[in-house]
Ligand binder design. Structure first.
Ligand code: FES
Ligand code: MG
Length: 588
């Protein structure tokens, strides 16, 4: 045993608490951590010291249940011979944070990097859940690369209203249309939406939260089967205990994020993302985590590795069911097992946090409800992955083809002479405020041949990238039965939205991307088969508009409101490149 006074250096925490070469510093480090009741035996006998990165708080209701779960994590850590140290993370609440929670992903990342680097921790439990918490914590674990395991807080129970499942976010988009059409009033609208949030936990649809928690498991960073367990279920507390136990052994084995999150693991995650119908925010976040591990991953990889994969998971917004159903059907292991049976999982040998491979963990997992998790032979959609569009409007923009509705396909993609392509007249909005102020103005002449553009909503423009590209048509069109128009933008879209939008366009207007040159009334052509999106104006006209933009001092966007907005705007990369802080990627 590496007891007090021993020179044997076993874990990094002993550089703080058990360094006989520098007794003065050691005593200073030690005495303050003894003052709440820890003993020298706990801190100096070579036990792994385990951080619990706590994302739950009253400001983060989606993750708040982690405050309870952390008690089970602590018990697990202690049972395995470790010492727990719980500490707070910067809150990132998706729906409550202005101007957008996405602005704070990189701030939470930076904060956690400093904590993991600067304090005597040998390993860490990452408490994930609400959309941006998962990537922020995995990015930090990637940078510091000490043993780390993720623990999902779990989704809320299913929402119900008048006998129908009401899913987070998705019910807002649907009911908002009914409110606009005058079918329901304000109070009924509020009741329907509140019914979708019946318990602790994160969004119960296949929004960004369920997506990112599933992908944390598909990357190998969570215990198998743990992502989908609903927050209030007893198994959630039990897996919290197992997670605490496991991280202690991971420290003893020195099993690090870079051993698990390999290029192969990211390819597995991309395939799983297609099969679950995952959020269009996933490429932003996975590309970011990869960059912090020095792994090349871009939106072309998403199309190449993921586009041909079928949609298997029948969850809203692409399907019918919600989080509890997903768990009862078998969650991520059942999805992976279906993919493996069809030979679609590219890397069954990828290692996971339990020390076994993805294939060994999932091969025999049972699919307990083939209506909720379909077989590959009877999917909800073929080719459910993203396509990566390019052209004179942008270098890269993502489209989730699995949510294209029959109505949308009939109206825009059914010309036999020009399949998968459509042309329309652009209507351009500069940020969400401009859209809300003008969309219902009949003088704009928006009709079913209009393509709605949203710019000024990217990583720099908004800042942080606003979830605003899924724009509802004007009320007068909805009343005529037109429920969606094609939408394109340099911002993001909520993962709970079912709109077939073209998103995350990079480079964005704010840094001089092609969208800054677009004018309302321009003809635009979008070809999903060729993967192109272009303004139909001459090259000379584009050159003229670019000179005009430069003479006007570039594209104008709102002023900074906080110091962090200014700092991040000065160093952030584009959405297609993961929206990482450029100076941060060299620290590995
Ligand atoms: Fe937090 Fe959806 S708003 S998980
Ligand atoms: Mg969101």
């Amino acid at each position: 045993m590496a007891g007090a006074g021993s020179h044997k250096k076993k874990f990094r925490s002993q550089e703080w608490f058990d360094n006989p070469d520098n007794p003065g510093m050691t005593a200073l480090y030690l005495e303050r951590y003894l003052n709440f009741g820890l003993t020298r035996e706990e801190l100096q006998s070579g036990k792994p010291l385990i951080g619990i990165a706590q994302t739950g708080s009253d400001l983060s209701p989606c993750n708040r249940h982690h405050i309870e779960l952390a008690k089970r994590v602590r018990s697990g850590i202690e049972a395995a011979g470790g010492v727990p140290f719980e500490f707070p993370c910067h809150p990132i609440q998706e729906t409550g944070k202005r101007p957008t929670a996405s602005l704070d992903r990189n701030l939470a990342y930076l904060g956690l990097v400093e904590v993991l680097y600067g304090y005597p921790l040998d390993g860490v439990v990452l408490t994930i859940g609400c959309d941006k918490t998962t990537p922020a914590l995995l990015m930090a674990a990637a940078t510091v690369n000490i043993p780390a395991i993720a623990l999902s807080v779990g989704p809320m129970l299913n929402g119900w209203h008048k006998g129908e499942r009401t899913g987070s976010g998705t019910i807002v988009w649907k009911s908002r249309e009914r409110l606009s059409a005058g079918e329901i009033g304000y109070d009924e609208f509020m009741d329907i939406v509140a019914s979708s949030a019946p318990s602790v936990g994160y969004c119960n649809t296949m929004g960004t939260a369920t997506t990112m928690n599933s992908l944390a498991e598909a990357l190998g960073m969570q215990l198998p089967g743990s992502a989908a367990i609903p927050a209030p279920y007893r198994e959630r507390g039990q897996v919290a205990y197992e997670t605490g136990k496991r991280i202690v052994d991971m420290v003893r084995e020195d099993l690090k994020p870079s051993d698990i999150m390999t290029r192969e693991a990211f390819e597995n995650a991309i395939v799983v993302n297609s099969a679950i119908g995952g959020s269009t925010n996933a490429p932003i976040h996975l590309n970011a985590i990869a960059r912090h591990l020095d792994i090349q991953l871009d939106n072309d990889d998403w199309q190449k590795v993921g586009h041909h994969v079928p949609l298997l998971v029948n969850l809203q917004p692409a399907g019918e069911y919600l989080g509890e159903d997903y768990h009862h059907a078998g969650g991520v292991p059942a999805v992976v097992a279906e993919l493996m049976q069809a030979g679609l999982l590219p890397h069954p040998d990828a290692l996971t946090v339990n020390g076994k491979t993805m294939g060994d963990n999932c091969r025999d997992a049972e699919n307990l409800n083939t209506e909720v998790i379909r077989k590959v032979a009877s999917p909800l959609k073929e080719h459910a992955g993203f396509i990566n569009l390019k052209g004179n409007l942008f270098d890269s923009a993502i489209m989730k083809t699995s949510v294209i509705s029959p109505e949308f396909r009939d109206r825009y993609l059914s010309n036999p002479k020009d399949p998968e392509a459509f042309e329309g007249k652009a209507m351009v909005f500069d940020g969400p405020e401009d859209y809300h102020a003008r969309i219902d103005d009949p003088a704009l002449g928006i009709d079913e041949n209009t393509v709605l553009f949203m710019r000024g909503a990217g990583a720099v423009g908004y800042p942080g990238g606003a979830e605003v590209v899924n724009m509802q048509p004007p009320a007068y069109l909805i009343k005529k039965g037109i429920h969606s128009l094609p939408c394109v933008g340099d911002g993001r879209q909520s993962g709970t939205s079912g709109s077939p939008s073209i998103l995350n366009a990079s480079p964005e207007a704010a840094v001089g991307g092609g969208l800054a040159l677009l004018k309302s009334g321009d003809r635009v052509r979008i070809d999903l088969k060729k993967g192109t999106a272009d303004i139909l104006v001459s090259d000379d006209e584009i050159t003229r508009r670019r000179a005009e933009l430069q003479n006007n001092g570039g594209y104008h966007f709102p002023k900074n409101q906080t110091p962090w907005q200014e700092i991040q705007r000065g160093m952030v990369d584009q959405l297609a490149q993961g929206m990482v802080l450029k100076p941060a990627v060299k620290y590995q």
